[in-house]
Design a protein around this ligand. Structure first.
Ligand code: KG4
Ligand code: ZN
Length: 399
């Protein structure tokens, strides 16, 4: 795709969950990426409440779009296309973004490009900083910004968020096959639930990450097998500290497929927490150790499946996307594996591109336009925005 790769100026919108986000991208350059979070509203409920999310989207959407245009210095007439997330997500939330996108596309008679939210996460690593983006903090670990688009395929997309945990075989840009996914809850959802059990805040992923980091050097996570199943336990490095027994099973450790499971892990964590709290008061040290344990077990499961995939496909690159990629522990775990296998690892240059945002939708739309041109209605590109009326909450390929 490198030769003649064209850059289009795209206004994109994502309202799939609890972020009302709008962005202007020029090709892969992010000119603005507005993401006001509804976190405070939902945190008191410990999860996203769809009706409240819809109300907030409705309240904010017009202002957010205006800010995205203004911050990028773009007049609406300069846009080549409008892109919007059509699914997966909360139907009543998606609807707000779709209606706004259709309205603008119709107003300026420009094409509407409908994008699968997961394709956005998958291609989020290709987003590039623009001089204007002083507000996008650099992710110093991501030095491998893409300069050439001569990419060898197939590649492996690993998408880990609050709603999804899946493995995508990328045969080419815009040509995907889902080869594995969680059979129940997602990894991020599991972290959110475990954090709620410990009463340490919402969303759980970043809080657990934080607690885990604080005493990583004082403990060791040991993996061991019992009756062929894999388990992990916390060992204290400091002999003066006596910790209660903390053991969790690594789910799916014996399954031959590329699927994941996090629901049993949530239950095992809840039982373990209950057992410990019946015997003693839960202190910070225990919370930090439990955070390390849940993180280690969740990432171990994912890594075991990556190993399995690498045995079965000759993969060239690994692309990470989704909220959980904000975790430095997750990135360093996958990085170690990709080095071992001599693979290129890509992940977004900023944490703000890992969580839900509209810029990734604009980037995906730019790839689609390059591949299919402006008349690719069966690829989600609508010259007349009125032709689009489909919200797909759970697209079969999720991509
Ligand atoms: O991609 P995202 O913003 O929303 C969905 O599309 O689901 O992902 C949100 C998820 C939440 O479950 C959150 O707990 C998790 O990503 N997350 C993290 C971290 N930051 C966010 N998980 C682990 N470590 C983090 N630093
Ligand atoms: Zn997402």
């Amino acid at each position: 795709m490198s030769s003649g790769f064209k850059s289009y100026k795209i206004l994109s919108i994502d309202t799939s969950c609890d972020e009302t986000s709008a962005s202007v991208t020029n090709g892969l350059k992010i000119l603005s990426n507005i993401q006001p979070s509804q976190m405070k509203i939902h945190s008191e409920f410990g999860g996203v409440v769809p009706s409240l999310a819809k109300l907030e989207h409705k309240k904010k959407i017009h202002k957010v779009v205006d800010r995205a245009l203004k911050q990028s210095g773009t007049d609406i007439t300069q846009l080549d296309a409008i892109a919007v997330t059509y699914g997966p997500g909360l139907a009543i939330a998606l609807e707000i973004g779709i209606n706004k996108a259709k309205e603008i596309a119709n107003q300026i008679t420009k094409p509407l490009i409908t994008i699968n939210h997961m394709e956005g996460h998958l291609l989020s690593s290709f987003g590039q900083r623009n001089a204007i983006n002083n507000h996008l903090k650099d992710n110093t670990e991501s030095k491998d910004l893409l300069h050439s688009y001569d990419i060898k395929f197939p590649n492996l997309g690993i998408l880990v968020s609050g709603g999804h945990s899946e493995f995508i075989l990328v045969k080419d840009f815009c040509e995907y096959e889902k080869i594995g996914e969680t059979l129940d809850d997602s990894c991020g959802e599991c972290f959110d639930k475990c954090a709620r059990i410990m009463g340490i805040g919402y969303p759980g992923g970043p809080v657990i990450s934080d607690f885990a980091k604080r005493n990583r050097k004082n403990i060791k996570i040991e993996f061991f097998r019992k009756n062929t199943s894999l388990y992990a336990r916390v060992l204290s490095i400091n002999r003066q500290t006596i910790l209660p027994e903390m053991v969790l099973p690594v789910p799916m450790s014996n399954s031959g497929d590329f699927n994941l499971s996090f629901s049993g892990l949530k239950t095992a964590f809840s039982d373990l927490y209950k057992k410990i709290s019946e015997k003693q008061k839960i202190n910070k040290e225990i919370v930090m150790s439990l955070s390390n344990l849940i993180e280690a077990v969740a990432y171990k499961q994912i890594c075991m499946k990556i190993e399995k995939i690498l045995e079965n496909y000759s993969i060239n690159e690994i692309w990470l996307g989704g909220g959980v990629v904000a975790s430095s522990k997750f990135r360093s775990t996958v990085r170690a594996m990709s080095r071992q296998h001599n693979l290129t690892l890509r992940f977004p240059f900023s944490k703000r591109l890992t969580t839900d945002n509209a810029a990734m939708i604009g980037i995906a739309a730019n790839f689609r336009l390059n591949k299919f041109g402006f008349d690719g209605i069966k690829h989600g590109i609508y010259v007349n925005s009125k032709d689009f009326d489909l919200i797909d909450r759970d697209p079969s390929l999720s991509l």
